[in-house]
Ligand binder design. Sequence first.
Ligand SMILES: [Zn+2]
Ligand SMILES: [Zn+2]
Length: 382
Amino acid sequence: MAKRDYYEVLGVPKTASTDEVKSAYRRLARQYHPDVAKENPKVAEEKFKELSEAYEVLIDPEKRRRYDQLGFSAVESEFGPQGFTWQNFTHAGDVEDLFAGSPIFRQFFEGFGMPFGGLPRRESGRGADVEMALRLPLAAAVQGAHPTVEVPHAVPCRDCRGTGAKDGTAFETCPECGGSGQVRRVQSRGYTQLISIGECPRCHGLGRRILEKCPTCRGSGTLSSVEKIEIDVPAGIEDGAVLRIPGHGNAGRAGGRAGDLYVQVVFDADSPIRRAGREAFTETTVPLATALLGGQVSVPTIDGRADLKIPPGTQPETQFRLRGHGFPALRGTSRGDLIVTAHVEVPKQLSGKQREQLREALGGEAGAAEGRRESFFRRRAS
Ligand SMILES: [Zn+2]
Ligand SMILES: [Zn+2]
């Protein structure tokens, strides 16, 4: 693949400000969100990498200056002989928030070896994350929504305050690891010593040993429960976006931190409205007479049905724009447009009387065509 100019990759002019470079990168990076890109992750990685390489250079005034002067040869020395790798990318933090809400993302990009330093790491005793899908009507993408969901998950046991020990006190510091939860193992092989640090086998990394189990939770420290949580769905949210609600996943083991809840927003798939950014698209059928003479038809919109005025002489596949009937940007209020494609319905059959009237109304043109067809059939029949 021929290397494309960095400005071209980001779609910004040579005079673009740092802010413009940043917002172009963020906008384009969204397209490689794993929720979108999971169908072809290999291609998505290549594209996202090309984009990130361009960003790495153009966002840094010094690297950008050298690139402007010397082109790609200036950055070859920067990235090394094999070219740009994810290890060269130092600005992952600039897009982390776009993806951090998605656990799928973490697997997806960490598989690339992408250095997302700020993402939460697994910690000992931390509860599992819980994922769920939330189905919403399309109107929620316009107004936002605050649905209450019931999340089945593990919560800390009340009776032992999550320790798993009777009354929350019947435990001692693990004698094996001294409370750290980790043990050092030293293996000698010939002249070399192999030192490994692993989870303490006695307390399984918890650092304490239960003397008497809590009878309510039988020592696990957690109970299963259904929690009702109000979810704040912002206006303008895209289909498939994942919201992260920290601390509402499963309870941690023996007092460890709770996991997070991930809610994927899924819009009603049966809706006749399609979406592309802030614009909405739909279709309608216009009876032939209405297309010829004008009138109005009822069209589906995000907010219900609306009347669309059809001017006389409307051509098939004409697109009408209903201003302000599209979607807002994320957390925005001003809405894009709804574009309605009008399919003109041509009747398959006409009665003899209708044919007569139509021939009369349209004059010679239709009459001539009809005449030709009739003579054709007469010829076939003879
Ligand atoms: Zn231990
Ligand atoms: Zn308990």
